[in-house]
Design a protein around this ligand. Sequence first.
Ligand code: 4FV
Length: 254
Amino acid sequence: MRRIDVITLFPEWVESLKGLGVTGRAMAQGTISLHCWNPRDFTEDVHRSVDDRPYGGGPGMVMRPEPLARCIEAVLAEDIAAPVSFLGPQGRVLDHDGVSELAGRARLILLCGRYEGVDERVLQTLVDEEWSIGDYVLSGGEPAAAVVMDAVIRQQPGVLGHEESALRDSFVGGRLDCPHYTRPASWRSRDVPEVLLSGDHARIERWRLAEALHRTRQQRPDLLARYPVSEVERAAAKKLGSEKGAKPSESGLK
Ligand code: 4FV
């Protein structure tokens, strides 16, 4: 991934992400080049109107096809070809697999809707796919584009401090993340699990695996159905259990 184009009526909103956090820094440093396009710059009428009343009546406004189409065609005329991805509640719901798929592309083109939505003929003729960040309605596609950008950029080599952290992410391998602790070792009479202070990295790894498995079983059994318990996890949890004389439940197996 080296380039992201965002089609939005609020380019300043998207540009404001530059420089914020690891993903913002990647855009500011040009590791990922961000290009924002405003359909209003592709209007021809004196009012530069980008929306109009819906045929058939009803509340709200709809984004007009012409300015949007001219904007999309200008984006497609630049650089390498890439699918036009519309952010909308009718789309494929984004998950880790979707992020991995998008992260593998050289270029993303994200189309952000506003108002009640976009004229359907634009979706039929110039949009290749639709992604949703969840079953709720936003006032615009920009927050969804920001979610996609953040999730995809942090998968890019060199963006996170060390590669490993993206590999340890939640949902990699269908598991929720293990608990994390930092100083002080005792806080409000709550102590950090002694295994994490042991320096025994093999044991620490087993504990993290078992804790991730335990949490996933508790909070997201659907993930366990999709990603069954692996031999490595089973062995880690069993060994951890025997080390602590802990019951299987404490070792994530049950
Ligand atoms: C949305 C979502 C979303 C619909 C009408 C923008 C709004 C407005 N985008 N995942 N959920 N979009 O609600 O991506 O145009």
